[in-house]
Design a protein. Structure first.
Length: 177
């Protein structure tokens, strides 16, 4: 991990990749934002957003927060959606395809389920005891990993997304079409 964050000490004194907050100052050339706007964003390589204040450009991943979303909801939504979207956009999936999501209640897995369902993709999700919660997210089928071993199912999928990193390709390969 030190290779990524810095050796022998962190590259940035203040960590953080995602943020929700209110703009307190803007540059003279910024037209799309104003002081007081509520915004959120994610900078994958770090931006020091765990500080009370930080400075960023008005880049493509900075967005205004909808009035319908409070700061806690917005903050809890950022990183999981970012990773789910960026995993899924690497796979050529089409309407009607079938995907297995391992880890349906985590940030990445729950976001992936919702993104896949918005694309009319059939989702089977594995959860550890939170079957109702995962079903509420839109999964077509939920496997309770506490009761059943998902590797033993006879169904095959167009893609398998291990959102928690607890499986291996060798184990999941027989589940792929």
């Amino acid at each position: 991990m030190r290779l990524f964050v810095g050796y022998p000490k962190p590259k940035r004194a203040t960590p953080g990749t995602d943020f929700v907050g209110e703009i307190t100052q803007i540059g003279s050339e910024v037209k799309e934002y104003a002081v007081g706007d509520r915004v959120w964003g994610f900078i994958d390589n770090g931006c020091g957003s765990h500080g009370e204040y930080f400075c960023t450009s008005s880049f493509e991943n900075l967005r205004k927060v909808s009035k319908n979303i409070d700061q806690i909801q917005a903050g809890a939504s950022i990183e999981g959606v970012h990773y789910a979207y960026n995993f899924l956009n690497k796979i050529n999936l089409k309407e009607g395809d079938q995907v297995l999501v391992i880890g349906g209640t985590g940030a990445i897995g729950s976001a992936a389920i919702q993104i896949l369902k918005s694309r009319n993709i059939h989702v089977t999700a594995v959860s550890l005891g939170n079957v109702e919660k995962v079903a509420q997210l839109g999964a077509d089928q939920v496997i309770d990993g506490l009761l059943d071993d998902f590797t033993g199912i006879k169904q095959q999928f167009d893609a398998v997304l291990d959102a928690v990193g607890k499986s291996r390709f060798k184990i999941c390969k027989p589940l792929l079409k």
